[in-house]
Design a protein around this ligand. Sequence first.
Ligand code: DAT
Ligand code: MG
Length: 149
Amino acid sequence: MEKTLVLVKPDAVQRGLIGEVTSRLERRGLRLVAAKFLAVSQELAETHYAIHKGKTFYEPLINYITSSPVMAMAWEGPNAVAAVRQTMGATRPTEAAPGSIRHDFGLEVGRNLTHASDSVENGEKEVALWFKPEELVSWGRDVDRWIFE
Ligand code: DAT
Ligand code: MG
């Protein structure tokens, strides 16, 4: 089953939006497989955002993600990566589709509330970076057959 990493970033945690983000993903039909609330270390932040090293926004981005705790979650489902990216909306809140989280709650790219993996490959890599294998829960829901074809 396709998996994706979701981070409720420090701004969204501070604003009391963990439930809002989680609720939208549950409503979408995705299945939660792991969750933890943590203060992100410098090392984890740098590994997670390694692809952005050297860009102008890299240092502010590392400062932002380590500034206050985050809620990290792994979600799964058919097309989970694309579905979650869509629920989050485009990187810049002013370009995010109405109804998406970044549209509904955000204004600035540097306070865009959430992270979601951008490809199936990165979904696997990021879930493995943030969670140990034993932290992933393999389970089923009675309603799965009414959501997953
Ligand atoms: P996304 O989080 O939508 O996957 P990304 O991977 O391109 O976006 O960038 C990671 C984060 O870096 C993004 O959520 C916010 C920040 N960021 C990206 N582009 C930026 C820019 N041009 N100016 C400031 N921050 C930026
Ligand atoms: Mg990204």
